[in-house]
Write a protein that binds this ligand. Sequence first.
Ligand SMILES: Nc1ncnc2c1ncn2[C@@H]1O[C@H](COP(=O)(O)OP(=O)(O)OP(=O)(O)O)[C@@H](O)[C@H]1O
Ligand SMILES: [Mg+2]
Length: 514
Amino acid sequence: MPDGDAVRTDHDEVIAEVRGLVKRFGSVQALRGVDVRVVRRTVHALVGENGAGKSTLGRVFSGAVQPDAGTLLIDGAPVRFRQPRDAQRAGVVAVSQELTLVPQLDVIDNVFLGVEERRAGLIATARARDRFEELTTQLGFDLSPHQRVRNLNVADRQKVEIIRALARTARLVVLDEPTSALVANEVTQLLDIVRRLVANGTTVLFVSHALQDVLDVSDTVTVMRDGEVVSSGPASEQTPDTLATAMLGRTHDLSFPTRRPPTQAESVLSVRGLGLRRRFEDVTFDVRPREIVGLAGLVDSGAGLVAGAVAGVIRPTRGQMLIDGVPVRLTSPTDALRHGISLLPESRRDEGLFMRRPIRENVTVGKASIVSRWGMMRRRLEGVLVGSQLRTFDVRMSSLDARVDTLSGGNQQKVLLAKSVFVRPKVLVAMQPTRGVDVGAKSSIYSLLSDLAHDGMGILLVSPEIEEVYGLAHRILVMHGGRVIAEVDPKAIAYDEMMRLVLTADRTGGEGAA
Ligand SMILES: Nc1ncnc2c1ncn2[C@@H]1O[C@H](COP(=O)(O)OP(=O)(O)OP(=O)(O)O)[C@@H](O)[C@H]1O
Ligand SMILES: [Mg+2]
């Protein structure tokens, strides 16, 4: 465009556009004729139910998926991206829903993998280090460049993914569910980052189930349902309710099931003075059958680690654990499973599912004996058992034999949950059970957890979405700085008050210390 062109055309304003986009995966039609225009220097949100086609659309923009029909235009010109590298060259980069880092490498190596500033030999170049410093400062992230990614929790890995995208000097960043592994204060930070990116001239395509965040940060919201766009317009004209209604095609309110009282029976799980060097200390609590006990705390509070210790992922250095009154020393998650403790892990890809294996195998992997002792009948029985389990969870899939990585993120989460309860554990350690699932599925997972508890299971619930801990648990242990600082009854304390405890460890107005 020549300078001084008085009238800005559409062509000028639109950085990326798709027309008539169609994408099939076997019998599944993920996109059925999608038209979307993304205006330069704006945040464009994509919302929709699990499986609606959001990630697929995002992947078309970032070159990871090639459409069967339709056109992609960048800066008004039709393009054909054969791989993410092509998109990168055009300035389009994705931060994907499933983390794609190399666990064996350092943070800084992951950030610059495939970019020119990357390591020369074994030492990160000064230029790479400077750029890393600049990006983390700009983003307000506290990350050491030389940590192995393997040792980071999910939230930190997500930060690495974000830095990685920005290191590629992207003009259009596709953020697919960037907030689902972050806790409240980090989400606020991320939304600030998104705003700053846009202020600096970047455009952001933002895929999220957190409808309020979407409205807080975006200019335009496009709602998808079953592979089609059902509406697209200014965010200022929407509320979380109107979005949910458009997504689901019906009205919907997110509510928690009524709490049913736990039994007065003996504890199924007792934790006594549990500690792990400098990470958490002196943690003591009980979980009874039919009881949901919540652990609430920020990422560095130790809550996640305590849950990991209970599930056999982490070995505590002090204290004791008893199952049905019998002391146990768990050596691994498999060992925990033998003792009746099942884990719903934080990360689907790293700890939870075999992405390239069929759905049915993933669900039964912990309990092969249930199905294998039937010999010839095995596959059919497996099909029946797994099928009914997944139907309760409303998993949308083409068949039980489909690979897990063909499912949408939310549906993978449901398979993970199905797997963790298929073994009928005495205790379920549920970490962020609704990660990446849509509003409708959230409610059904809440009812499911409540029903599982009602059937006799003890549940230890840890989630960065403190609301869900507050809404579901019978009792909540608030953790701060590696210690349990209070035990609260969610029916007797206001949410804001509990949040203040979680954030500041300030006990005034709280329920009293544990
Ligand atoms: N590689 C693939 N192979 C087969 N089917 C796929 C593949 N990728 C996506 N699908 C299917 O396409 C549909 C749309 O999936 P997509 O991942 O785009 O949904 P989504 O809107 O991102 O959902 P979620 O909110 O759960 O992440 C789903 O039915 C999914 O199972
Ligand atoms: Mg998705």
